[in-house]
Design a protein around this ligand. Structure first.
Ligand SMILES: Cc1cc2nc3c(=O)[nH]c(=O)nc-3n(C[C@H](O)[C@H](O)[C@H](O)COP(=O)(O)O)c2cc1C
Length: 356
């Protein structure tokens, strides 16, 4: 489960001059701002009318991800960088406005596995037919529509010709945002897998990606869980991986290259590397307790050795002097203990790199 802040784009879909959409969008942004902060979400209002999107004019199909025109690339960046959307949409002739359908059609994978909420407005039906129409389309793009919606009957929301939705509408909007944020976090693994920067892992469905400072809370949990065995084996609590705070983990995640192995949103293991002169330092090799004995640690170690890009002459790592399981693994992989003393209870091991 991701703990990073979420980017939620609020799209105002109507584009005609004097449209009510911008007032609905402004009301929504104001209403949701306090709750968004508490939920760890950044709201980004975007008016489709400001994007200058023509009718779909790309030669390649959107699913190809090949975008020839600058307006498509700009649109792609906005959608790709979002974790979820709220579409503020009117109902035009019992359906969604053509501007929204066109904007959806322009892109493909950028939409996938992101929640979509709707704030609709209109006359008798409060725009709900536009939402039903849009839901049918967005699921094809693997957008995931929310159950919670906000439907505004224009006549009920106008006071002295100004838009003033009721408390009931505001409550509905807050409920929709809460559902959207929960779903955006739950879908994060779906978005991550297959994204550029991820690679296949050793277990079915697992994948690797670089861990960032935002991953510090999860890394802290993994460390505390994995280094308990080390503490027991070596009869000491003086193990940095066991004691580091999330802030300390956050700091080293900026200076080490750390690869995380994940599956369905769970962090299964990790390893970190850093070049110091001609040496490649490898550390924090960890695998969750229930997946040990499957070769995952060996796989992560090999990956760390090869992913460093070469150019180093020696690989260095260390472990507790009584961590027999680790020592056996490292020896099998060609590491040789460096001469002592091992007063601090830590053994360093090295492996020379044979030039190709
Ligand atoms: C082309 C068009 C079609 C419309 N069709 C519907 C409709 O099917 N149902 C409805 O309740 N209102 C309909 N309306 C009225 C809109 O709900 C109302 O004009 C609303 O302000 C439109 O949103 P906008 O001002 O953001 O464009 C339609 C308006 C337009 C311009």
């Amino acid at each position: 489960m991701t703990t990073k802040r979420l980017r939620i784009v609020l799209f105002v879909c109507s584009t005609r001059p004097g449209a009510l959409g911008s007032a609905v969008g402004a009301w929504l942004a104001d209403t949701l701002a306090p709750g968004a902060e508490a939920l760890g979400a950044d709201l980004v209002p975007v008016a489709l009318g400001d994007l200058g999107l023509p009718f779909l004019d790309e030669e390649a199909e959107p699913s190809s991800g090949v975008h020839h025109h600058e307006h498509t690339r700009r649109w792609s960046r906005i959608v790709d960088g979002a974790d979820g959307f709220v579409f503020v949409t009117p109902e035009y002739n019992y359906g969604m406005p053509a501007t929204l359908k066109n904007a959806l059609d322009f892109l493909g994978p950028e939409w996938a596995w992101k929640p979509a909420g709707f704030v609709s407005y209109g006359h008798t039906s409060a725009g709900t037919r536009a939402v039903q129409h849009a839901k049918q389309v967005v699921t094809t793009l693997r957008l995931v529509p929310l159950g919670a919606t906000v439907a505004i009957r224009i006549a009920d929301a106008l006071r002295d010709d100004r838009l003033a939705p009721s408390v009931r509408h505001a409550d509905a909007a807050e409920g929709m945002l809460a559902e959207l944020v929960r779903l955006a976090r739950a879908l994060a693994p779906m978005r991550e897998r297959g994204h550029p920067g991820t690679g296949a892992g050793p277990l079915p469905g697992s994948y690797t990606r670089r861990l960032h400072p935002d991953d510090a809370p999860e890394v802290t949990v993994l460390q505390r869980c994995c280094w308990t065995d080390e503490a027991l084996a070596n009869d000491t609590l003086a193990i940095p991986a066991l004691r580091e705070s999330p802030d300390e983990v956050r700091q080293w995640l900026t200076s080490w290259h750390t690869t995380g192995l994940r599956r369905d949103g769970r962090l299964l293991g990790m390893v970190r590397t850093r070049r110091v002169g001609a040496d490649l330092h490898i550390g924090r090799l960890a695998v969750v307790p229930d997946l040990r004995g499957l070769g995952v640690g060996r796989w992560l170690l090999r990956r760390a050795e090869t992913a460093a890009g070469g150019g180093h002459r020696r690989v260095l790592l260390s472990t507790g002097a009584a961590s027999h399981r680790n020592l056996a693994l490292y020896r099998r992989q060609g590491y040789v203990p460096l001469p002592g003393p091992h007063d601090d209870g830590v053994v360093s091991l090295a492996k020379d790199v044979v030039p190709a």
